[in-house]
Design a protein around this ligand. Sequence first.
Ligand code: 5AD
Ligand code: SF4
Length: 425
Amino acid sequence: MNVYDTEKIYAFLQDSYVPAASSEEADVIILNTCSIREKAEQKVYSLLGRFKPLKAAKPNLLIGIGGCVAQQEGERILSRSPVVDFVFGTHNVDELPLLLEERIRYGKRICRVREDTGTVPTSDAPRVMGPKGATSLLTIMKGCDNYCAYCVVPLVRGREVSRRATEILDEAVFLVEKGVREITLLGQNVNSYHDPDTGAGFVSLLESMELLPGLERLRFVTSHPKDFSAELAHAMADLSTVCEHIHLPVQAGSDRVLAAMKRGYTSRQYMEKIEALTKLIPEVEFTTDIIVGFPGEEREDFEHTMDLLKEVSYQNAFSFRFSPRPGTAAAAMEDPVDAEVKRPWLPELQDLQNQITAERHLNMVGREVEVLVEGVDKKKSDLLEGRTRNNYIVHFPGDPALTGQLVRVKLANSRTIHLIGEMVH
Ligand code: 5AD
Ligand code: SF4
């Protein structure tokens, strides 16, 4: 979501500014911030510390803070960090050009953090920047109404509002015309998408996207397991553009913890969705998010999460230590379980997942797969990098001019989180 929003920030500023090669060369530095966990928030303040000497060397340098930390902290950022010139909230991105002009003209520090109005966003940015490669993100909704006990998103992103399908399709056509072959639709809970004009739901949006000439692949994040419907599972199986991968954050394997998190499903119900999808789409791969050490989580609960990891056999899992966030229900919960007792659980879970991830990758060796070439491998520039439909990253020798094309690759080797192969001609 933040990557997409940063692209929007660029788009809003492109009439007056060009991207700088480094912070040292920049006249304006904007941090688009995340407050999902405390660590992300701390990074903002440590980065600001690093900008201090830049500001001393170049007094006209402007530093701005946007995103979720800005929405959450507002004026407090200005009092805490003298180097910050302006702060803008998650609902104020469109004001950025004016805000910058105001700051330059009048010299006063500015904080613009609007309350969420819950209105349907209209074409929220000029799109002339254009996508950079063969894949692109596309936001279809903002906010979230779920209020999971640990989560700050509803507080900083506001109520759930869907964009008009006509605007989404317009943006998709623009992206495809610029060479995009794969689009990832973004929302905190895409399953509850509905077109504000017609009321049509997410599956119907997928069906419209399927008809776009030139669009090869369609992905979407995030699906909330409680809302993941049989209809969507069938659409995934039937629509040829929709890829055989689903990110389905489970968060925990213990029903007691899931209830405390207010997730709205049990581990059994979650497993039934996994099983149904596997039946419909044999090639399907699953990824997930896990929170370890939720208030009151005991060793036994944690072991249920470990069991679930094995049962699903995820391609990959993003796992985090629970981090209390201001204003959330979980931040006020008592935790009788000692933090020191919980400390080793996260690395233990990550070890297990790394093993499972390695096994799944090894299991792909010998197969021939379709890869969308995304560009050259950043670490080894003599190799190309791409992804299979079911989300495996593949590296292979080839001409960089193939970027944006679908090629066939025979997989020869696995490297834990990517595969190595040779093109098949
Ligand atoms: N502490 C730890 N992890 C969190 N996430 C969201 N809120 C918190 C929190 N307070 C994780 C969830 C979510 C992912 C984006 O971040 O796993 O799915
Ligand atoms: Fe946060 Fe839950 Fe909404 Fe996801 S569904 S953004 S975890 S409140």
